[in-house]
Design a protein around this ligand. Structure first.
Ligand code: TXA
Ligand code: MG
Length: 323
């Protein structure tokens, strides 16, 4: 079983494992990541092994500073502006990979682009000390909900890894927003922890949406699937269902629910994002066959929340155009 070690005491043991080509689960501001040295093919392979993830899905390379980022990828002026505005933070930029970069090809799945992010907190400190980028997908087995606590990581992956660094519940609670600069403008590849409107305000133009010609392969609709079926935009709760609520007023028949979790009593989307994955897991554990979900507004972080809910509700293993 993995050791769970408080972040204040975990820097040295985490470094030792990473230096040895092993993987470590670490907190970031978005969700927990399963980290390995991005320049070490064996370490990256261990990430895939521990997650049971299809190999063709590329990973995000996490960096400590701009100098490290520029050694890996080629920044256009707009991407650099976004990095300056939002890093460290929940923004991932997809950029052309430098030919001479030391990133192992398993990280980029052989693509000529690479996804880069500069995380806040423990992850940033760990990368600075290691002096090399960390490849880190969310620390959950493939197809499961992303973990937002050390306990959730240990319950899921504890038998397959040696160390979970405990930094408490992750403040954002949703994965990073992924954008890519293309000829025609900036494309939103995955809504996430920074609202699209905030990126548009810095970019000075709207984000392109929907599938582009080149997509990262292996993006499945049901990526965030809990065991229970999800019924979205529920106006009424049926007998025997669990209820994932939002805001101060309840759907009709809420008294029927076998379990209720409210993403945010006061209707706050930031609070709802932070609670989303943990509450989906809690309701799943309550054992209901169906989780009814009250409507969640689509503005701001509501876009990413609705994206994750739609994936959780999708028929299992159906390919989707974007992640
Ligand atoms: O917040 C986050 O982003 C978390 C924390 C741990 O940093 N990480 C995370 O990683 O969500 P992961 O592997 O679960 O999701 C990364 C996404 C995948 O959908 C992958 O297909 C996409 O990034 N991606 C990676 N490289 C790409 C590339 N070169 N082009 C397009 N998409 C890419
Ligand atoms: Mg993931």
């Amino acid at each position: 079983m993995a050791d769970i070690v408080s972040a204040s005491e975990a820097l040295e043991p985490a470094l030792a494992l990473l230096e040895a080509g092993d993987v470590v689960a670490i907190p970031t501001e978005t969700v927990y990541g399963l980290a390995g040295d991005a320049t070490n093919g064996q370490a990256v392979a261990r990430i895939f092994e521990a997650k049971g993830r299809p190999r063709f899905n590329p990973l995000i390379a996490h960096v400590a500073d701009m100098a490290m980022a520029e050694r890996i990828a080629i920044f256009d002026p707009l991407s650099r502006r976004l990095a300056e505005a939002f890093w460290p933070g929940p923004l991932t930029l997809v950029l052309p990979l430098r030919k001479e970069a030391s990133i192992h090809p398993l990280v980029s799945a052989g693509l000529d682009t690479v996804a880069l992010r500069m995380p806040k907190g423990f992850g940033g400190e760990l990368i600075r000390r290691l002096g090399r980028p960390l490849a880190a997908p969310s620390a959950n087995s493939s197809g499961r909900i992303s973990a937002t606590t050390a306990r959730a990581v240990a319950d899921d992956l504890g038998r397959r890894i040696r160390l979970v660094v405990d930094g408490g519940a992750t403040p954002v609670g949703l994965e990073s927003t992924i954008v890519k600069a293309e000829q025609g403008g900036l494309r939103l590849l995955r809504p996430g922890g920074i609202a699209a409107a905030d990126i548009e305000a810095v970019a000075g133009s709207g984000l392109l949406r929907g599938a582009s010609g080149i997509q990262a392969p292996g993006m499945l609709a049901s990526h965030y699937a809990p065991g229970a079926a999800m019924r979205l935009d529920a106006e009424k709760v049926e007998q025997g269902e669990a209820l994932l609520a939002f805001g101060p007023t309840r759907a009709a028949g809420w008294q029927n629910a076998v379990a209720i979790k409210n993403l945010s009593e006061r209707g706050d989307l930031t609070e709802a994002a932070a609670n989303l994955f943990a509450f989906m897991q809690d309701l799943d554990r309550a054992g209901a066959a169906v989780i009814a979900v009250e409507p969640v507004p689509r503005d701001g972080l509501g876009e990413a929340i609705n994206d994750r809910l739609a994936r959780a509700a999708a028929p299992r293993d159906k390919p989707l155009a974007a992640s």
